[in-house]
Design a protein around this ligand. Sequence first.
Ligand SMILES: Nc1nc2c(ncn2[C@@H]2O[C@H](COP(=O)(O)OP(=O)(O)OP(=O)(O)O)[C@@H](O)[C@H]2O)c(=O)[nH]1
Ligand SMILES: [Mg+2]
Length: 620
Amino acid sequence: MSAEDNKDEKKKKKVGFFKRAFGFKSKEEKLAEAAALKAEQQAEVDAQMAERMAAINAAALKAAREQDEAHLNEAEKARIEEQERKQAETQAKEDTKTAKRLVEEKREREETAKRKAEEDAARAKEEAEEAKRLAAEKRDREKAEAEEITRLKAAEEKAAKEAAKQAKQASEKLAKLEKLEKLEKEGAKLAKAKEVAKEIAEETAKLRAEAKAAKIAQAEEAARLKAEREQVERAAAKRRETEKLAAKQAAAEKAEAERLSAEQATRDEAKREELKAQLIKEQAEREEKARQERKVWEAEQAELLKTEREQGFLGRISKGLSKSTTQMSDNISAVFNKRKLDAEALEDLEDLLIAADFGVGPATRTAELLAKDRFDKQVTDTEIKIALADVIAEVLTPLEKPIILTGAKPEIMLFVGVNGSGKTTTLGKIAKRYTDEGKKVMMAAGDTFRAAAVEQLQIWGERAGAPVVSAPLGADASGLVYDAISRAKAEDVDILMIDTAGRLQNRTELMDELAKIVRVIKKQDDTAPHHSILVLDATVGQNALLQTEAFQKTAGITGLIMTKLDGTAKGGVLVALADKFKLPIHAIGIGERIEDLENFSAPVFAAALSGIADAVVDVS
Ligand SMILES: Nc1nc2c(ncn2[C@@H]2O[C@H](COP(=O)(O)OP(=O)(O)OP(=O)(O)O)[C@@H](O)[C@H]2O)c(=O)[nH]1
Ligand SMILES: [Mg+2]
């Protein structure tokens, strides 16, 4: 007997027991027992639900763990590398600044030293010239003084000679006179002789007087000359003394200046050393600060990683899908809490699911699935949600396909969709993943239509580290695409991602332009585009079905990416889309950040969208 049969048998036994018991009990007791029976039945239903939840849980967790590990590791690694790169950049900038400052300071010091040396040399030259000039002056002065002294000496000598000559003349005259006097004394007889003698006497007296006067004058002149010479000699001696003193003073001043300059140099050197020490200290402090900041950042990152791990992939998707989930969950809870699943209730459920954009097929299938086991029985909202998750997973699982590279070179990916659906953002997010894997990616700004579209793509190009090929605003988009493919081929690019302008599916001329782009791509490589990805905005709800139909016709869509699932209550439309077009679903966008793109996982999406993710997480 199987376990299921066993349960049924037990149930029958219990029911039999309760039926027998009812005949002997009071009304209250019977009601109490009926309630106990119901509770027991409910417990069994809950046990069955738990089993199914566990199955979903297993699938969800497997996918979650695989994606979580890969994605978080990659994202984390990229984040850490980015942070390290930024820190290294900042450090390098700091180092360059410091090195520049040190070089600048060294240059300033050298310039100051050079200037000082030049000034010293100029001063030394000036001093040497001044000394030469003074020496020449001194020489001239001394020569003039010597000449003056010589001249004065010569004058003295001449005066002495003159005096001697005159004295001699006077003494000769005196001798002559004495001879004449003697002649007179000896009795010269002639009066004439007397007269002559008288004349001679007068002459002699005159001569004597003259001689005396001359002698006096000569003595005076000699004395004057001597005094003058002595004065000149004294002045010279005094000047020599003054010069000696001045030289002494200058030497002392020079020594003092040298001492001061040496002191200043010592002080400057000390200041330089102090500055150097200060710079080294500041550098060490900066490094320490950066180390501390990095430690804090690492701790934060570890914490973040831990939280993200704990929260898990399923948690993140649930958070992203919370609007869709909450609304639908609330509706189901409001309508179905412990309600009997009759035809009317099933109709209500179908209406509710159709209103939540799930599409008629999936809505009907969910109702059928529930009716199969639970028709005319009471159902809880959790049972409904689990049945819904089953149907969602059933529809979506075959379409859960990440982008698989074909190996073409370049692999050409075309991103199409209506205005603002998230083409550029999604292209950027995917490009970053590929460049992180080491692939050579190039972007083509095929949106030549909207102002600032090129700049927007360029920002993503910078983030992803991929070059962007662009053309001026208004240029022919297919021409740009043609050039981009040629360039990608020439530069050995692995993946060329082509962004296109947003276009509403009912604008024929714009859809024709897209068809032309596809034709031009095929001219360069008839197997391309290898991926023609339709980016759909989940917030448009049912309109996504019309968009998919139109773009599939024009651009041969190979896969879907649905964005903005984080901002809408219309996530159910993905189920309707999948049910109708059966196109591969590559990824879903659940936010604007680079990491807010997740590979699509049907069980995870089913659990998150149907609102049983919390239960699944709890079970784990
Ligand atoms: N919340 C949320 N916002 C998104 C998501 N994907 C894209 N966006 C935002 O949607 C807006 C439009 O995105 P784009 O990437 O410029 O869309 P587009 O399709 O390139 O737009 P056009 O080139 O004008 O046709 C931007 O503000 C994006 O940040 C997503 O998954 N979630
Ligand atoms: Mg765009």
